[in-house]
Design a protein around this ligand. Structure first.
Ligand code: HEC
Ligand code: HEC
Ligand code: HEC
Ligand code: HEC
Length: 255
């Protein structure tokens, strides 16, 4: 073997070793939940949440003994709160809620609120094959815990339900979804017509295959997950796609 070939082989081996060592993926690794703010585990969760479980999925799913009322294989206690829903003089969604009175969160949005109500404990699981999971510092509700360095400390941030069990909550309306984008109502062609009031449509359904999706058995429910992907933080704020130029909003709003 001549020297040039030897050098090439050595260089190739070194290159492969360095790539392997610093972990540069040749194929872009799939984005996932591990290491995001939705990873509450001891091992990869950033050390903010629990010192007693290295399981990532368990905070939301369990393979056995899961909820018989909520899917997918849901492992959390349901929020017991009643929320104040969004309304406005120009909001036409009123008649598109399954419950005509309370306009309560349902489906996938109710799953989110089992943590984001600010009061249901992060570790109130239906089943844990490793026994009860303790949260660090005894702080176990989004209403009283933000990870160190969180941009939200002192503000509501992820505490969408605006409950503050640990710190009072004075000055805030608790169980408040009235200042959040409306959710858990059917977004369909009938609503688009209603909303147009005989004029031009100002809403459109997300195109097939778009990252913005509707949920429920008829796949017509606007839920938190229409804008957020709980397992993927590639675009920040667990958004389903980049919101550059408000592209998430413009998927449905003709503005
Ligand atoms: C913070 C809560 C949370 C954690 C942690 C979590 N999930 Fe999920 N998962 C959800 C929610 C909520 C849904 C319902 C779909 C939706 O709203 O996006 C879901 C849906 C799913 C589904 C069915 C639908 C789909 O999107 O494929 C699978 C499978 C799943 N999760 C697997 C996992 C696995 C495996 C883990 C651990 C590596 C995990 N999840 C961790 C909240 C979570
Ligand atoms: C197991 C509890 C749990 C569930 C269930 C859950 N989250 Fe979260 N979520 C968290 C925690 C913990 C944080 C980080 C809180 C903080 O920043 O202090 C968070 C943060 C977020 C953030 C802010 C991310 C950022 O970059 O600041 C968004 C957005 C979010 N969650 C959306 C959702 C949506 C949508 C769902 C339902 C599909 C959901 N979450 C379900 C626990 C949960
Ligand atoms: C119509 C789209 C849409 C819906 C529906 C929606 N969100 Fe968001 N959410 C966003 C966008 C966009 C951001 C990022 C805001 C920003 O960066 O200023 C965000 C931010 C957040 C944050 C970060 C904290 C904050 O205030 O910035 C949390 C937590 C969150 N959403 C949870 C939820 C939950 C829980 C639901 C359902 C109850 C929900 N979202 C429904 C679009 C939506
Ligand atoms: C999945 C589709 C969808 C997405 C994505 C979406 N919206 Fe909406 N939005 C709706 C629907 C449907 C309504 C209810 C319209 C009505 O009935 O008047 C609504 C209501 C609203 C309203 C209240 C209208 C009123 O009359 O009170 C505002 C403001 C709004 N959206 C802004 C936004 C912004 C900003 C974003 C991006 C962060 C966004 N929306 C993303 C579908 C969507």
């Amino acid at each position: 073997m001549d020297t040039e070939k030897k050098v090439l082989i050595v260089v190739t081996i070194l290159f492969a070793a360095v790539i392997g060592w610093i972990g540069i993926p040749f194929f872009q690794a799939e984005a996932g939940i591990t290491g995001t703010k939705h990873d509450l585990s001891q091992l990869t969760g950033g050390g903010y949440w629990t010192g007693s479980s290295d399981q990532v999925c368990i905070f939301c799913h369990t393979p056995h003994n899961a909820s018989s009322t909520q899917t997918p294989l849901w492992n959390r206690q349901e929020t017991q709160e009643t929320f104040l829903a969004y309304d406005s003089p120009t909001f036409d969604g009123e008649n598109y809620f399954a419950d005509q009175v309370g306009h309560q969160p349902r489906g996938d949005s109710k799953l989110c609120l089992s943590c984001h109500d600010g009061i249901t404990a992060l570790n109130s699981l239906l089943y844990s094959f490793e026994g009860p999971i303790n949260m660090l510092g005894g702080f176990d509700q989004l209403g009283d815990v933000y990870y160190p360095g969180s941009p939200y400390s002192g503000d509501m941030g992820p505490n969408i339900g605006e409950n503050f069990p640990g710190s009072g909550g004075s000055g805030y309306t608790v169980n408040n979804l009235s200042n959040d984008h409306p959710i858990s109502f059917a977004f369909n062609n009938a609503l688009i017509l209603d909303d147009a009031h005989g004029g031009d449509a100002q809403l459109r359904l997300p195109p097939n295959g778009d990252a913005v999706k509707l949920y429920g058995v008829n796949q017509d429910q606007l839920e938190c997950s229409s804008c957020h992907d709980v397992h993927d933080d590639s675009y920040g704020s667990f958004l389903v796609k980049p919101n550059t130029g408000s592209s998430i909003c413009l998927t449905c709003h003709i503005k």
